[in-house]
Design a protein around this ligand. Structure first.
Ligand SMILES: *Cc1c(COP(=O)(O)O)cnc(C)c1O
Length: 438
């Protein structure tokens, strides 16, 4: 087995190699897709998406029936994907009025939407109430007051959770850590009691429970246990002192996916077992009634289903230094390596059975020296027009894409059973000037 083929475990479930030595996803030859739709191209494997939804339902709901699964759609929001999420019966975790607006375009059931974010505007909160979103995850005192007022003006009582920052280090990159003490997200533990009593006193608000989301790409279960312990201890204190009832507990998302061949993160079953048994055990110990459990997976739901395809252009060998292989995308469609040092893997989609030849650095085409997709990767001998396929591209790539250097955001295709369906067309020059006013 060559190294190339061993990387298939990082790709969607349907990934395979055909007799021409090409990478197939969802029954489609990725080299042909690149030619047909152009590059950079993002593929989503429908089978992988649906299986992952099913896996979440199996692993969590079978262990704990009263679980709500909300897809954190900032990982990748697109109408076709939202329709799939809706069909699979999941809810949605949104973080902006824009995401609520997109959900509305597909008539996503408002009561299955939960609205988080650390600086929601009055307009966004009003929009959320008018659409009837099921939960507002209140992040700070400013929002608490603003929301109470907006709800009262409408003669409404809206269900909320309070986001608490439990002061946990989830051992992930600091840019994707959100639940430590020094964080812009959530009420610090020191202010949490005041938040509870204030929320309970506001007629426009119905405090249903508590929320934490401690970070992303968390490859251990321990941080969830720690956060759970703090939050449940806090909940019982609030019950004893103020009669607060914890009807719902959201543990957020953050479940890790495997990006490289190194150590794989725990399977979903391990996260599920540890979160559910920990919550049940601690509630029993503290004498708390079991709350509804909410989880908000983003990356882990869509990450592995996505593949990015790039075409190789210039190859520059700097003798004794490094070989730069430039591709036709980069930081404008995947900013993760430049933003927080994300490490990616890649294969040569048209040379899946070729032996590795040497170490190269895959560079993007954008005018920043930091626009490097992958530093020092060993691949088969490369030449212009080869197709590079990057696994784990389903989350936080397209939504973080930009138009730097007046680049066009890539097309996105959904593949299944040998068929490819365009779910987002490539941008054009008209798109780039659409908002300009002369
Ligand atoms: C981003 C986010 C998530 C999803 O995080 P992942 O690491 O993608 O699973 C869940 N909940 C909230 C509140 C978030 O902001």
């Amino acid at each position: 087995m060559t190294e190339q083929v061993s990387k298939l475990i990082l790709f969607p479930l349907t990934a395979e190699v055909n007799d021409r030595g090409h990478l197939l996803v969802g029954g489609s030859d990725t080299v042909e897709l690149a030619a047909k739709f152009g590059t950079p191209l993002y593929l989503f494997d429908e089978i992988s998406l649906r299986r992952k939804c099913a896996e979440f339902k199996t692993e969590f709901v079978q262990r704990y029936a009263d679980t709500s699964i909300l897809y954190a759609c900032k990982a990748f929001i697109n109408k076709a994907l939202l329709l799939l999420i809706m069909e699979e019966g999941l809810g949605l975790d949104v973080v902006s009025g824009g995401e609520i607006g997109i959900a509305r375009t597909v008539n996503f059931p408002a009561d299955k939407i939960s609205f988080a974010g650390n600086n929601k505007s009055a307009e966004e909160l009003a929009l959320a109430l008018d659409y009837g979103v099921g939960r507002i995850i209140v992040d700070n005192f400013h929002e608490l007051k603003m929301l109470a007022k907006i709800a009262e003006e409408r003669g409404r009582r809206t269900d909320i959770l309070l986001r608490i920052s439990p002061g946990i280090d989830p051992h992930t990159h600091k840019y994707i850590t959100t639940g430590n003490i020094d964080s812009k997200f959530g009420f610090p533990m020191a202010n949490a009691q005041e938040a509870v009593t204030e929320a309970m006193s506001m007629p426009g608000l119905n405090l249903m429970g508590l929320h934490f989301h401690i970070g992303s790409q968390i490859a251990e279960t321990e941080p969830y246990h720690q956060a759970m312990e703090y939050i449940l201890k806090f909940a019982i204190e609030m019950k004893q002192q103020h009669g607060f009832e914890l009807k719902e507990l959201s543990v957020g998302g953050g479940f890790a996916i495997q990006y490289t061949l190194g150590s794989p993160p725990p399977p979903l079953s391990v996260y599920a077992e540890s979160i559910v048994s920990n919550m049940a055990g601690q509630c029993r110990k503290l004498g708390l009634a079991l709350p509804k459990l909410v989880i908000e997976p983003g990356r882990s739901l869509v990450g592995r289903a996505g593949v990015a395809l790039y075409k190789v252009g210039a190859i520059k060998e700097i003798p004794g230094v490094r070989c730069y292989v430039s591709v036709d995308g980069g930081m404008a469609d995947n900013i993760r390596p430049a933003l927080y040092g994300a490490v990616l893997e890649a294969v040569v989609a048209n040379k899946m059975r070729e032996k590795e030849a040497g170490k190269v650095t895959i560079a993007g085409k954008f005018c920043e020296s930091g626009d490097i997709l992958i530093k020092d990767i060993t691949l088969p001998q490369l030449s212009a027009d080869d197709i590079i396929a990057v696994p784990g591209s389903g989350a936080y790539c397209i939504p973080e894409a930009m138009n730097y250097n007046a680049s066009f955001k890539p097309a996105v295709v959904m593949v299944r059973d040998g068929k490819a369906r365009l779910i987002r067309r490539r941008e054009t020059l008209e798109d780039l000037t659409r908002c300009d006013v002369v």
